[in-house]
Design a protein around this ligand. Structure first.
Ligand SMILES: Nc1ncnc2c1ncn2[C@@H]1O[C@H](COP(=O)(O)OP(=O)(O)OP(=O)(O)O)[C@@H](O)[C@H]1O
Length: 359
């Protein structure tokens, strides 16, 4: 296996930058997810790494080898990059073992070596004993595992997954997530996993690269993305974060400072060096918000919606101080909150989104 270095890469189509100055270092054996909304440049980045497109500027290295620069590009078949696509397209007339070994046959690898490598690849994805079956007689998850074995049989340096679970139903997705995680743990394969599904990325990846309009918005571990988003896009994109205008009242001390949010003073987490300023934004998550107890500082407003979800209700709340903001939180069901009622809520914590001029 090998690491991957994407260094200041831009890809331009006509006058449109699909990928803009992206730098990512994937360590040997790391599981990196690339996450972002439709059109943010995920697939273009994957195609650049695979060698289907060439960079406009910057360079890409796999292990120690430079595979892409604006001047030239190692062709896809010489990169030893395995790809597992959403549409796994197995040959229906071939058995599982024949599907997996097809590329070795084309490369004229002798029958004995081929059998050994196919058996090894099947063992890696837990498909021992399935070699003689046809794809039609497999479940969707098993077919996806054949596609993974087909790519592993070529002993790739790294494996790219392009939304591999997008075609599967919800239950199968969950079990395949477990299988991919177990596969990664067992084999230490370097994986770059493209998805627009953040739950999938959070569940699987060591680190997540969040893309926004071709740029890298943040590269961090899942917990850090959730707790310490680098900007408003990441704050709102990950787990429906609420981005709320605030005023910073005190300088940062031990990673915290005091802000005024919708009229309530709250101590929030922050980066070191933050100073008092008028125009700031705070990211709150649903667990940061609850109903205020009588006499407690809080925020007055109106319940906009109460959606009962069996066991819990999702409450949407419009603060009087700024009705353009919607706060949402969960309450055990049956909840006393109903749409149209006046209420008072409390923000217990949050994260000061970095940036902005000091006051
Ligand atoms: N060959 C091309 N020529 C022109 N524009 C392109 C080309 N390939 C991609 N783009 C544009 O680049 C942008 C990024 O596309 P890309 O497919 O990488 O996004 P994505 O994040 O993978 O989206 P999705 O999740 O919908 O697949 C889009 O605006 C797309 O229209």
């Amino acid at each position: 296996m090998a690491g991957l270095t994407i260094n200041g890469v831009t890809k331009t189509f006509g006058d449109f930058d699909a990928v803009k100055d992206v730098s990512i270092e994937v360590k040997d054996g790391e599981f990196l997810a690339v996450l972002g909304p439709s059109g943010c440049g995920k697939t273009t980045l994957l195609r650049l790494v695979a060698g289907f497109e060439n960079v406009t500027s910057g360079d890409i290295r796999i292990g120690n080898e430079i595979v892409s620069t604006a001047q030239g590009c190692v062709p896809p078949e010489k990169r030893r990059v395995g790809i597992v696509f959403q549409n796994y397209a197995l040959w229906p007339h071939m058995t599982v073992a024949e599907n997996i070994g097809y590329s070795l046959k084309v490369a004229k690898v002798d029958a004995e070596t081929r059998k050994r490598r196919v058996d090894d690849a099947m063992a890696l994805v837990d498909l021992k004993g399935f070699g003689d079956r046809r794809p039609a007689n497999l479940s969707g998850g098993q077919r996806q595992r054949v596609a993974l074995a087909r790519c592993l049989v070529a002993a790739p340096s790294l494996v790219l997954f392009d939304e591999p679970l997008a075609n599967l139903d919800v239950h199968l997705r969950a079990s395949m997530e477990d299988e991919f995680a177990a596969f990664h743990k067992r084999t230490g394969t370097t994986i770059v996993y493209i998805t627009h599904d953040q739950a999938e990325a959070m569940a699987l990846a060591d680190r997540i690269a969040v893309m926004d309009n071709g740029r890298l918005a943040q590269l961090a571990a899942p917990r850090e993305l959730y707790r310490e988003p680098a900007n408003e896009m990441v704050a709102s994109f990950i787990s429906e974060g609420m981005v709320i205008p605030a005023q910073v009242l005190s300088p940062a001390e031990s990673g915290h400072l005091k802000v005024s949010v919708l009229g309530q003073e709250v101590v929030v987490r922050c980066r070191d060096g933050e100073k008092p300023r008028h125009e700031a934004k705070v990211c709150c998550r649903a667990p940061d918000i609850s109903a205020a107890a009588p006499g407690e500082p809080g925020i007055d407003g109106t319940i906009r919606r109460a959606v009962h979800k069996g066991g819990v209700a999702r409450i949407e709340f419009a603060p009087d101080a700024d009705p353009t903001v919607t706060l949402h939180f969960e309450q055990p069901d049956p909840s006393p909150f109903e749409a149209g009622a006046k209420a008072r809520v409390r923000i217990a914590s949050g994260w000061l989104i970095p940036g902005g001029a000091s006051a």
